[in-house]
Design a binder for this molecule. Sequence first.
Ligand code: F6P
Length: 324
Amino acid sequence: MKAIGVLTSGGDAPGMNACVRAVVKSGIAAGLKVFGIQDGYQGLIEGRMAELTYLDVNNIIQLGGTILGTARSKEFMTVEGRKKAIDSLNENHIEGLVLIGGDGTFAGGAALSKEMNIPVIGIPGTIDNDISGTEFTIGYDTCLNTVIDAVDKIRDTATSHHRVFFVEVMGRNSGYIALNAAIASGAESVLIPEQVTDIVALADSIKHQNKGVRSSIIIVAEGDDGGGALEIMQKISPLLPGYDLRHSVLGHIQRGGKPSATDRILATRMGAFAVDQLLKGRNNVVVGVVSDELITTPIGATSTSSADKSAEKLSLLGAMLTKG
Ligand code: F6P
């Protein structure tokens, strides 16, 4: 193997740059040419790529987003789109790919690998932490810290004005961000897609929280079956007469910013490991971390995962409540 490509695809996540840097530096150290592909699979289809040097990836470990750019390419989902991608890989003599992203990214890589017989290694990069085969994805730790920082600030207003805030966080169909942000911010309640939401029970619990001071934080996962923060607030409002209710959608601030030390280290380890796995002839696997050990899982065996141990964590939240 003489040349490999690296791309970032799907939603950007803090730590993606640290991972690109690790792939480039360890690839060059192993005697490979490393091509950075722009804007994920769309850039691959359009042949937008360039060989990266050590200098190109200096001073990017601390940057949020992805210097390569990212996209969710519809064209790549078609056989015709992938044919164009294969042509551009052949033109640049690229013999292996490192794909940083989520499940959609890996599924696309598996299809490409089958049609072209090129080895691909996936690295989980998403704030959602919703990839099975790893305990942590790149970007999740930074995102959690961003969320708890925002909730701490909202808590100031909630307490001062005796308000109940419904704070919506990202996570797509998974409640990892919501559940762990709720524990870490001392939220009074959390609504996650993995549990059926009972509005009446939630209203009852709000009434009995915090010794009647009428100030609570309810974290709402965006994929919750009861709806987003605004919808939940509207549904619960008639059940909470006299309460001052507000909602706040944290949005894309959760995806940006400098990666935490944890994400930088995870991204660096995973990037170097992915190159090592390519050089060892591995194909069609996703890198993961379990009990601090780097492992691989076959791409077909990874799937979107749900918030684990939610029953234990939800009961922990309940036990932490100050009741009236
Ligand atoms: O997968 C990351 C994520 O931020 C999800 O949490 C969210 O549902 C989605 O991407 C938002 O995507 P977009 O930035 O395309 O609106």
